[in-house]
Write a protein that binds this ligand. Structure first.
Ligand code: C2E
Ligand code: MG
Ligand code: MG
Ligand code: MG
Length: 281
């Protein structure tokens, strides 16, 4: 009986694995065509400056409307794009789309905001990345100070050539933020040598603020670390008023999350920008 059960489990596991591999293959193949077919789009999520209670930036978040599978999460397809190398093409498209959009808003007369774009370590390894970004800025006419790159903290950002690339970005005049800060390799000694402007505190700590004393402690430590290193700090995944209060009391510069706004298509952001800047807190 046990053997039979074991067999069944094996069969189950194996067909699930096959299914998983098959789905990944489908995604990988259709990802190559998604751009041409205009299935990819960029959503924007506002970032709020706490002391002034105003929108100061946007994060560009990629969306994929797959014809059969519906909305596919970037958490699913970005790793596939990274493995297959197509992240370079897609990443360039996101950069161009987000920079162009930001420039359009400025031309329409809305108060200028920073545009944060997520960038994979694979893209940083592309030898043309600095030229590519310089081109995007030139083509779209966006001033470099209105572009920020979000880099996920990981062992790779400490490679000498990647630090060089980050220094080249700084020379272009764009800013850099470390995404998901606190969850990956955070050697403080390495952090001190990175040419960065902002720490983006991982939402894991933010979500623990109300129920976990240790998360409150870590949240404070990250804010103070940023201050002491002369960096700005933003908290992501802010969902409740209590979280906002705590972050505000502890001098967190900026916040982003569903409590304020969800990621939205450009047209919805524009409606928001059109409203007189009321006190949003
Ligand atoms: P991330 O850069 O850390 O982005 C934050 C994620 O949290 C986004 O998920 C956002 O929609 C979600 N989020 C925002 N506010 C809240 C909140 O209050 N609560 C909760 N629970 N979640 C919130 P999303 O859009 O699914 O993106 C997932 C990840 O995919 C991103 O994490 C980023 O690492 C990656 N990604 C998205 N767009 C791009 C892109 O254009 N290029 C690259 N390389 N990666 C991207
Ligand atoms: Mg991000
Ligand atoms: Mg990230
Ligand atoms: Mg993050």
């Amino acid at each position: 009986k046990a053997k039979e059960k074991g067999k069944n489990q094996y069969a189950l596991c194996s067909s699930e694995m096959k299914e998983d591999i098959r789905n990944k293959m489908i995604l990988k193949n259709s990802l190559f065509r998604a751009l041409e077919r205009e299935e990819l789009l960029v959503y924007y999520q506002p970032q709020v400056h706490l002391p002034e209670a105003k929108i100061i930036g946007m994060e560009a978040l990629l969306r994929w409307k797959h014809p059969e599978l519906g909305m596919v999460s970037p958490a699913v397809f970005i790793p596939i794009a990274e493995q297959s190398g197509i992240i370079n093409t897609i990443g360039e498209w996101v950069l161009k789309t987000a920079c162009r959009q930001n420039k359009i808003w400025q031309e329409k007369g809305y108060p200028p905001v920073r545009m944060s774009v997520n960038i994979s370590v694979n893209q940083l390894r592309n030898p043309n990345i600095v030229g590519q970004i310089a081109n995007v800025l030139q083509e779209t006419g966006l001033q470099p100070k209105y572009l920020e790159l979000e880099i996920t903290e990981g062992s790779a950002i400490n490679e000498a050539n990647i630090i060089q690339v980050l220094n080249d970005f700084k020379k272009l005049g764009i800013t850099i933020s470390i995404d998901d800060f606190g969850t990956e390799y955070s050697s403080l000694n390495r952090l001190k040598n990175l040419p960065i402007d902002r720490l983006k505190m991982d939402m894991h700590f933010v979500h623990g603020i109300e129920k976990d004393e240790k998360d409150r402690a870590i949240t404070k430590v990250i804010i103070n670390l940023a201050k002491n290193l002369d960096l700005e700090v933003i908290a992501e995944g802010v969902e409740t008023e209590k979280q906002v209060q705590f972050l505000s009391q502890n001098m967190c510069d900026e916040v982003q999350g569903y409590y304020f706004y969800r990621p939205m298509p450009a047209e919805e952001i524009e409606e928001l920008l059109r409203k007189p800047c009321a006190n949003i807190l």
